[in-house]
Ligand binder design. Structure first.
Ligand code: SAM
Length: 275
């Protein structure tokens, strides 16, 4: 598919700037313009939004987000080699692309979020993707500074994010996302769509905030899910022993013979609130 934005093809940009993919930085570039647009479109209307993008790399997804009309993109990229390629995009869209060179894990997105709607869209480096998601799920204020998260993960991680009770993928991540968001898997992307192809299938997950999550302390919820899923095949009376065991379960009105993976998010919150 020809680039509709008039910028050179991504392969040419990668070659010209010597952006050979580095495994340590989780670099698997998405060069198919149909797919970059499909990812950006999953975030819904962008025209009045500021988009945070993590890991723009040579800028394929960035270009799709800008072409779809995002008011502004603030992109955080760790690999300085990508900056000249991103500067070309910034020149093409004056005033609409800011690039921050640095490690996204060290950036306080909440602190730098501008006024108005903020959406986060990213083809995440796999080694930091889950931690970034957890950071965005635990900002200081709730509802959060973002309106939606549209994020690419390894499919197996995507399944854990959207999992609910009685699903084999259900665990601490599913409880956290189920508590604070509405999460769905949008579509899969096969390895061969990337350069170089990763070993696994990728999936795009779309999350929007649950405006009124059950009131519950994050620290307590972490304690109960960590203990419960730490020994997920055991009955809760056993796995929760270090934090109150049977008496905690009775207080929360939960059968001590149940196992972690059968508890709903609401029941985990009840346990956390009974601690
Ligand atoms: N968005 C591009 C695309 O879709 O083709 C590149 C995606 S690639 C999977 C991940 C990108 O994240 C790379 O450009 C990599 O340099 C960058 N990256 C890796 N770790 C990072 C970090 N901690 N903070 C910011 N960017 C990071």
């Amino acid at each position: 598919m020809a680039a509709l934005d008039g910028l050179p093809p991504l392969r040419e940009i990668i070659q010209r700037h010597g952006l050979d993919a580095r495994k340590a930085l989780g670099q698997n570039f998405l060069l198919d313009l149909n797919l970059t647009q499909k990812v950006a479109r999953t975030a819904g209307a962008l025209d009045d939004a500021t988009v945070f993008e993590v890991g723009p790399g040579p800028g394929g997804l960035t270009r799709a987000i800008l072409a779809l009309g995002a008011k502004k993109v603030i992109a955080v990229e760790r690999d300085a080699r990508c900056l000249p390629a991103l500067a070309e995009i910034a020149d093409h869209y004056p005033g609409r692309l800011d690039v921050i060179e640095g490690d996204a894990l060290k950036i306080d997105f909440e602190a730098i979020a501008p006024e108005g709607p903020v959406k986060i869209i990213a083809n995440l480096p796999y080694n930091v993707g889950t931690q970034l998601l957890v950071n965005w799920l635990l900002p200081k204020a709730w509802p959060p500074f973002w309106q939606s998260l549209t994020l690419m993960f390894q499919k197996e991680v995507g399944e854990r994010i959207v999992a609910s009770e009685d699903d084999d993928h259900y665990g601490r991540l599913g409880v956290l996302t189920g508590w604070r968001t509405h999460a769905r898997m949008a579509f899969d992307i096969p390895p061969q769509a990337f350069t170089p192809p990763p070993k696994v299938i990728s999936t795009v997950v779309h999350l929007t905030p649950n405006e009124n999550p059950i009131p519950c302390s994050v620290a307590n919820l972490e304690r109960v899910t960590q203990a419960a899923f730490g020994q997920r095949r055991k009955m809760l009376r056993q796995s929760l022993k270090p934090i109150g065991g049977e008496s905690l379960l009775v207080k929360a009105g939960i059968d001590p013979a149940r196992r972690a993976e059968t508890l709903s998010v609401e029941e985990f919150c009840r346990l956390a609130n009974s601690l």
